[in-house]
Design a protein around this ligand. Structure first.
Ligand SMILES: Nc1ncnc2c1ncn2[C@@H]1O[C@H](COP(=O)(O)OP(=O)(O)OP(=O)(O)O)[C@@H](O)[C@H]1O
Length: 248
């Protein structure tokens, strides 16, 4: 099994706060991998390090075998790795189709200007196909700020897919979504993985969701890697249980 992301011995501190200490995690290509841990255990910091949002203090991060820990967000995005956020980042005054179109990377836009009409048509086709994929086709001309929070999350997911990423890092995709929509979102995430071939690395607080979604899960606690294993192994790992119980 090939690992598309390899994190080795990564540490990151903010002043005196050791947010990540000596973390090593593999993300297998073509799979769904989970990242769990109590509040403040360092999950978002690790995501930020992987996508180049800030430099790491020590360690190595490889994407498809290439060291990326000194690259910044746009360079890493161009290699095919993107992230989403806990809070949605859509343009709430624009409609869904326009949000989809502006999320295409500048690289493609500049290519697009060479073949303006044909590529524009291709981008609109892709936007419509992906809106259909997430179940928002009928709402494609609605102002996105008028969608429910769950629908906005689906739109944001579709916007990320517009760039045809190899890997998507999802930060709490189901946070704030009602239980009915959660099942639909899990289904879309699995289909994006299976049908579009996108590798997913997912931070999730909802245990039911992550156990259902991921094939392999890593758990952080106090900035350190506590355990990595299958959903069954993680659910029954006493260190993981203690970390969660101790956190409440
Ligand atoms: N920009 C920052 N400056 C200073 N400290 C920070 C910063 N970002 C995070 N921290 C601290 O680093 C630690 C890890 O935070 P992080 O957000 O990575 O955890 P998390 O597991 O994602 O938490 P949550 O589940 O609540 O989102 C926390 O103690 C947090 O307060």
């Amino acid at each position: 099994m090939t690992n598309i992301i390899e994190v080795r011995g990564v540490s990151k501190a903010y002043g005196g706060v050791h947010a990540n200490t000596d973390i090593s995690i593999d993300v297998p290509a073509g799979k769904i991998t989970g990242l769990i841990g109590p509040n403040g255990s360092g999950k978002t910091t690790l995501f930020n390090s992987i996508v180049g949002y800030h430099p790491i203090d020590t360690g190595s991060i490889k994407f498809e075998g290439r060291e990326i820990s000194r690259l910044r967000v746009p360079q890493i995005a161009r290699l095919g790795m993107l992230r989403t956020f806990q809070q949605t980042r859509i343009y709430s005054k624009m409609n869904c189709l326009d949000n989809m179109q502006i999320s295409v990377s500048h690289r493609e836009e500049s290519l697009g200007s060479m073949f303006a009409l044909r590529d524009r048509g291709e981008i609109i086709d892709r936007a419509e196909r992906l809106l259909e994929f997430v179940g928002l086709y009928a709402k494609r001309r609605l102002i996105s700020g008028d969608l429910s929070f769950g629908q906005q999350k689906l739109l944001e997911f579709a916007m990320a897919l517009m760039n045809q990423p190899k890997v998507l890092l999802l930060d709490e995709p189901t946070a704030g979504i009602n239980p009915t929509l959660i099942n639909g979102l899990i289904d879309r995430l699995k289909r994006a993985n299976q049908e579009l071939g996108v590798t997913l690395f997912v931070i999730e607080h909802n245990m039911r969701v992550i156990m259902n979604l991921a094939e392999q899960i890593s758990c952080l606690a106090h900035g350190q890697l506590l355990a990595t294993g299958s959903p069954d192994e993680i659910q029954n790992d006493q260190r993981v249980i203690d970390a969660y119980l101790g956190a409440h």
